[in-house]
Design a protein around this ligand. Structure first.
Ligand SMILES: *Cc1c(COP(=O)(O)O)cnc(C)c1O
Length: 488
């Protein structure tokens, strides 16, 4: 039997307190009528009660600093702590966006060098650090596609093609930009279906949004042909570069013919995410799209001399779609991503990709006899298995996801991508050791065994977590979004 955790209201004892405010050294005035509630049932607790309460709550959560977090498509790699220390340097935290550029040259140089690094890594000609996240980068990129066509008087292009394996943000970004979304099916090897693509390629195509490797973790086998097809009818190819983990230092989307792409600094480049905190979704593009990038962009305003380093300032591209974010984007995230890139260098980044791919394939092969993997070929940074068996009809992917928590692991992404039934999408990342991968694989194999011998243990899981199985329907229908006093 688990001991029920006390609510903080139950720890309350009248008159107990954690802080004592100093006597005011100015005259006091009562608060205006109606502003203060007399009946606010705040718990009365000591400092140690508060510390223990929040520390206990923090243990209810899973984090990559606690254990393995194979949440496919999310790239939950370890976030080096030195990034945090660097982002906290007073020279970075104590500057203000309204300061004149000559007083913040260090910060501008960091942004400039990050732009340059991202261009070099992806093979593109230009970069804007403005967007706040991946979805925001997509919206920005699709707006740029719209601006590119309209600027040329090419206004009949009304549709964007999106493969059925795409992340939901792709059709959302296209629709929010006013385009009609046309879904393209995948073929039986997990590639975009070339015949279906051909059938939709006409002069109304504004662009194709392509994720490569796609959300099945597979490299698009006919990529050059796909790009060529879309270009041949005057469309542009958008790359969803949220996960670049498999390509770093190996292949550059700019060289492969993509026109515009966003990157997630908070996935590939190790800045923390998952708690809803700030992300960063820079957009990179080919020369013909550079004029449409959102500004401001950091540029060199004066070259270096023998005595002086170069000077940096801001510029708006000539036909910019404008600002997409207040000020200069999420600067703290940029510091962390830059630290990561600078620390690894070219060879280190390539090693990231090689290890990420090796780890994903290692797990894929260890699990392939126990779980059906519908598109089972060499994968890139992730793979997708089915969480169901014909001879264990009572068990679903959700049950497997819940049961894996009993082993101390975060569940894989489930029910995405939509083209795999009962999908379990597993992305180990490069930062995990063979021992961790083996412990996870052993647990997954045990679960597959239990599905056949003791399905009840899966259906009632998790058993070892602070909370048991929640009623997901009730949780969605009866949202409780604020603290409520237990008595009320
Ligand atoms: C995570 C992800 C996105 C969206 O990124 P956010 O920063 O969460 O908005 C888009 N596409 C793919 C393939 C992703 O994995």
């Amino acid at each position: 039997m688990k001991v029920r955790e006390p609510l903080i209201s139950e720890l309350s004892s009248p008159g107990r307190r954690g802080v004592r405010f100093p006597e005011p050294d100015v005259p006091t005035t009562p608060l205006p009528k109606g502003l203060a509630r007399a009946d606010l049932p705040l718990p009365e607790v000591s400092e140690v009660d508060v510390v223990r309460h929040y520390t206990r709550l923090s243990h209810f959560n899973h984090a990559v600093d606690i254990n393995f977090y194979p949440l496919g498509s999310c790239t939950m790699k370890y976030n080096p702590k030195i990034n945090e220390a660097l982002a906290r340097l007073p020279g970075f935290t104590e500057i203000h966006p309204f300061q004149p550029p000559e007083t913040v040259q260090g910060a501008l140089r960091l942004m400039y060098e990050l732009q340059e690094a991202l261009k070099k890594i992806t093979g593109f000609a230009a970069c804007s650090l403005q967007p706040a996240a991946g979805a925001h980068g997509e919206l920005t990129g699709v707006h740029m596609i719209w601006a590119y066509h309209h600027d040329r008087g090419d206004t009949a292009r009304t549709k964007i093609l999106v493969p059925d394996s795409a992340h939901g943000t792709n059709p959302a970004s296209s629709a929010m930009s006013g385009f009609k979304v046309v879904e393209i099916p995948s073929d039986d090897r997990g590639n975009i279906d070339l015949e279906a693509l051909k059938a939709e390629c006409d002069e109304t195509v504004a662009g194709l949004m392509l994720t490569n490797p796609n959300t099945l973790g597979l490299f698009e086998e006919h990529l050059l042909e796909v790009v060529e097809l879309v270009h041949s009818v005057g469309g542009l190819v958008y790359g969803d570069g949220a996960n670049l983990n498999a390509l770093l230092g190996i292949a550059r989307p700019g060289d492969l013919g993509f026109d515009v792409m966003h990157l997630n600094l908070h996935k590939t480049f190790s800045t923390p995410h998952g708690g809803g905190g700030p992300g960063s979704g820079p957009v990179v593009c080919a020369p013909h799209m550079a004029d449409y990038l959102p500004g401001p962009i950091v540029v060199e305003t004066e070259p270096a001399t023998d005595e002086m380093p170069p000077m940096y300032g801001f510029e708006f591209p000539k036909k910019s779609i404008g600002r997409v974010k207040s000020f200069y984007g999420h600067f703290g995230v940029m510091v962390k991503a830059f630290a990561y890139i600078a620390m690894l260098g070219e060879y280190g980044l390539r090693q990231v990709a090689e290890d990420a791919v090796l780890n994903a394939n290692y797990l894929r092969v260890r699990l392939q006899d126990a779980y059906r993997i519908p598109y089972n070929r060499i994968c890139k940074h992730e793979f997708v298995a089915e969480g169901r068996w014909k001879d264990a009809p009572g068990v679903r992917a959700l049950d497997i996801a819940k049961r894996i928590m009993d082993f101390g692991f975060h569940p894989p992404t489930n029910y995405f991508p939509l083209i795999v039934h009962e999908a379990l999408m597993i992305e180990p990342t490069e930062t995990e050791s063979k021992e961790t991968l083996d412990a996870f694989a052993d647990a997954m194999l045990q679960i597959a065994e239990e599905a056949h011998t003791n399905p009840e243990i899966l259906r009632t899981a998790p058993h070892n977590t602070p909370f048991g199985r929640v009623d997901e329907v009730k949780a969605a229908k009866e949202l409780i979004l604020k603290w409520q006093d237990a008595q009320s």
